[in-house]
Design a protein around this ligand. Structure first.
Ligand code: C2O
Ligand code: CU
Ligand code: CU
Length: 552
């Protein structure tokens, strides 16, 4: 009865408070009903969620214009699962991978030191900075070398992140722990926090998802083809943690820091009923208006900003954040397996398109996937509980979710030119427009201050690719020929998902799908700049599914 009330309350919130579609909360179907074994397997042994504080791992650090020194180094005896990170000392406090908290308009100055045994460099994912500061189109920093960053933050308030970008070595370094969040604050952010009385570290909490299988990164050819998948899913470094909560609204800022895994995030009550949440933001900031969602896909490097309203929950209730079942659509099976067996055989796209693959015809990709040798990894697209919210305290909380969060001006595409980009596989490598990355080459050349529409098409015999552009945010205009599981979530006649309605820097393109995005290449930097466009499945990126983009 209590849980029914909670469900009703959440639905009422969504249906009443949020304009737009009013879908009933989807009842859990048998396929989604949690197997008893999945309630994090052993709740008894569950540990608290790690929440970053004023120092330590992911500790919140507001430099306020002060210069920082960041040292890429081994972190001995790390408490979490990671063995490397960015060590920072500031005002007597020691941080690893600090959450950099900066105001829009603030100058960031960072002296970077490489204390690793291999080259590395930092990229500020989602920030619009020049080539030197972007870190991708410059030679990486050698061991014991230094690099200096200095840039103004022009971007909208949101959760961004930083991670290494040395070509061919990004995946291993990120997996071993080299990444951290960046919180950009602006007026919209401040208004939201004030309206909902959100306090970072208390009622506003980052959730950093990463799947892991041990401390070492040792990708095989199979991993390089599909991506590196782990056997456990960590949330802020802990497997299936719990968070004790009160009866109020919580904000979760979710970052998918996994090398390759996609999540389909949703909430349910402990007895298996699906609950909705409120989507308020995407990669590059708040939506114009909040949207009630039943679930949302989150690909590598993407972020979503969500509100969970527990104000009508009962003490003793538990709400679970989970990743729901979906078809991971690794439908590359026949083609790449053949290509890998005979690396010299030319595998052109036409041939790929006509090649029959059992997985492609609706078999059980997740099972094939395991059989392909991801030894022991947890199948992508299978149900798993990620976090337990345990309602422990009743408090008086009256705040309402504001109906306006921000203003999103559509990019004017009146004079835009359209650029076709094809994602495919040939001769053992994932490619963009049949090419693989070469340092110094910029197959994509754009005229500064112009608007382009990129039409990104993924082949049917392919897998999903999380396409990321450096330097510029974009708007998703349209999705065409989406697979059924994506089309089912569309919220408008353009085939877009709720998560397509805000500013983005990374967009998933599913097999067989075409995604149109609009990009305004206006930039404040003098001279020619070079950025990257790549798949954020880090194994694909390291394997060359990346092209240089010259803006001049
Ligand atoms: Cu997350 Cu090339 O970046
Ligand atoms: Cu795979
Ligand atoms: Cu990819």
């Amino acid at each position: 009865m209590r849980r029914r009330d909670l469900l009703k309350a959440l639905c009422a919130l969504g249906c009443a408070a949020i304009p737009g579609r009013t879908l009933p909360v989807r009842a859990a179907s048998p396929g989604e009903t949690p197997a008893g074994g999945d309630y994090c397997s052993s709740i008894a042994g569950s540990r608290p969620l790690f929440v970053p504080s004023g120092d330590g791992w992911f500790g919140r650090l507001a430099p306020d214009g002060a210069a920082l020194t960041m040292r890429a180094s081994a972190i001995p005896g790390a408490a979490g699962p990671w063995t490397q990170g960015y060590a920072v000392e500031h005002r007597g406090a020691r941080f690893v991978n600090p959450t950099l908290v900066v105001k829009r308009g603030e100058r960031v100055r960072i002296g970077f030191e490489n204390a690793l045994q291999e080259p590395t460099i930092v990229h500020w994912h989602g920030l619009g900075v020049d080539t030197h500061n972007d870190g991708a189109a410059v030679p990486p920093v050698s061991p014991n070398g230094r690099y200096s960053y200095s840039f103004d933050v022009h971007d909208r308030g949101s959760l961004y992140w930083y991670h290494p970008h040395p070509h061919g070595m990004t995946a291993g370094q990120a997996y071993r722990g080299m990444f951290g969040p960046i919180e950009v604050e602006d007026d919209d952010e401040r208004a939201l926090r004030a309206a909902l009385d959100l306090v970072p570290g208390k009622s506003e909490i980052p959730l950093i998802l990463q799947d892991r299988r041990g401390p070492e990164y040792a990708a095989t050819d199979i991993d390089r083809l599909h991506g590196w998948f782990g056997s456990d899913i960590h949330v802020n470094g802990t497997v299936c943690p719990f968070l004790d909560v009160a009866t109020r609204v919580y904000r979760f800022r979710v970052l998918n820091a996994s090398n390759a895994r996609t999540y389909r995030l949703g909430l349910r009550s402990a007895d298996g009923k699906a609950l909705s949440f409120t989507l308020i933001g995407t990669d590059a900031g708040l939506l114009a208006t909040p949207r009630r969602c039943d679930d949302a896909f989150l690909a590598s490097a993407e972020r979503i900003d969500i509100l969970v309203d527990l104000s009508d929950a009962a003490v003793g209730d538990t709400v679970l954040l989970e990743t729901r079942p979906f078809d991971p659509m690794h439908m590359e099976m026949a083609a790449p397996a053949a290509a890998m067996a005979a690396p010299t055989a030319a595998m052109d796209h036409a041939a790929m398109g006509h090649m029959a693959s059992p997985a492609a015809e609706g078999g059980a990709p997740a099972i094939d996937h395991a059989a392909m040798g991801h030894g022991g990894s947890f199948p992508e697209g299978a149900l798993r509980t990620l976090l337990q919210l345990r309602v422990r305290e009743r408090i008086a909380y009256r705040a309402r979710i504001p109906q306006r969060l921000s203003t999103i001006v559509p990019i004017d595409v009146g004079h835009a030119t359209e650029r076709p980009l094809r994602l495919g596989f040939a001769k053992g490598r994932w490619r963009i427009n049949d090419r693989v990355f070469a340092m110094g080459e910029t197959p994509i050349e754009v005229k500064r201050d112009t608007v382009e529409i990129w039409l990104i098409r993924n082949y049917f015999n392919s897998m999903p690719h999380a396409m990321h552009l450096h330097g510029f945010h974009f708007q998703v205009l349209e999705r065409q020929t989406s697979p059924d599981q994506i089309a089912a979530l569309k919220v408008d006649g353009l085939g877009r998902l709720a998560t397509d309605l805000g500013w983005k820097d990374t967009v998933m393109v599913w097999p067989g799908e075409s995604v149109k995005i609009a990009i305004d290449f206006t930039m404040p930097f003098a001279g020619e700049q070079t950025y990257m466009f790549h798949c954020h499945n880090l194994e694909h990126e390291d394997g060359g599914m990346m092209l240089g983009v010259k803006v001049a």
